[in-house]
Design a protein. Structure first.
Length: 270
């Protein structure tokens, strides 16, 4: 039985591990070939280790084990030329581009918005917002040229729907992603390209489950209480977000565009 995305090609950023790897695998399970990229390096203001080249190689293996094709390259979403080169290579190899998952992102914690340094602000905005725009800028012309319509899903957050203390830079970026999505949804509608955002609550990935974060939550126990979900789950799994992306990218959601899709265990209803 053919998958829901048979014959499609999907671009996934931040694909070395975590949500990005999960998205690549679920899209591949549904029949898509994958163009994957990740910076595969740590960032100066991010207090935990990021994905590595070995992690990205593991993503490649897992996709190939599903009998799908994949091109994976090391590229930083802040580097427009590097992202464009990966997209161009992937489209030349696979002949089309149908799905974009703007997933790459980082988070760091500070006491107050006015306490953070410019470097902390700039790096988060550059990756989590400008990097998403650069991903779209690189991918959209190929989608339009192919003439097949398509789906762009940008990863926002519950912090893209409400304010959060101690991550004002992250919340600003994730709110910005929503504004970008809404504008692109209008601009791309005439090409039958749909654009939506997903808004996860805490996800069981190394972005959350790392030594720095555990220490931070120990020292700021009030944050743990504030981050509790109404549904009885501490964190959701990456595949829970991936399943929403598969649906948004399928014919089942062919008239869904400009939407903010919460995958948040009820968090935003608090």
């Amino acid at each position: 039985m053919a998958g829901r995305l048979e014959g499609k090609v999907a671009l996934v950023t931040g694909a070395a591990r975590g949500q990005g790897r999960s998205h690549a695998l679920r899209l591949a399970e549904e029949g898509a070939d994958i163009i994957a990229l990740d910076a595969c390096q740590d960032m100066s203001t991010v207090p935990y280790a990021l994905g590595t080249a070995d992690d990205l190689a593991q993503t490649v293996k897992l996709v190939e084990d599903l009998d799908r094709r994949i091109i994976a390259r090391q590229a930083d979403v802040r580097d427009m030329a590097a992202v464009q080169a990966v997209v161009d290579e992937g489209v030349a190899e696979f002949g089309r581009l149908d799905i974009v998952c703007g997933n790459a992102g980082v988070v760091s914690y500070v006491e107050n918005a006015w306490d953070m340094t410019e470097d902390v602000w700039d790096e988060t905005i550059d990756i989590d917002l400008s990097g998403v725009w650069k991903t779209c800028k690189a991918a959209i012309p190929a989608m339009i040229a192919a003439g097949n319509g398509g789906s762009i899903v940008l990863t926002s957050s519950t912090a893209g729907m409400k304010g959060f203390v101690q991550i004002a830079h992250y919340a600003a970026a994730k709110h910005g992603v929503v504004g970008l999505m809404r504008s692109l949804a209008l601009e791309l509608a005439k090409y039958s390209i749909r654009v939506n955002t997903v808004h996860p609550t805490g996800v069981n990935t190394p972005l959350v489950t790392n030594d720095f974060m555990q220490k931070w939550f120990t020292e700021h126990s009030e944050m743990l209480e504030a981050l509790k979900n109404p549904l009885p789950v501490e964190m959701i799994e990456p595949v829970d977000v991936s399943n929403a992306i598969v649906w948004l990218s399928s014919e089942e959601a062919r008239y869904v565009t400009g939407a903010q899709i919460p995958v948040d265990a009820g968090f935003n209803q608090k």
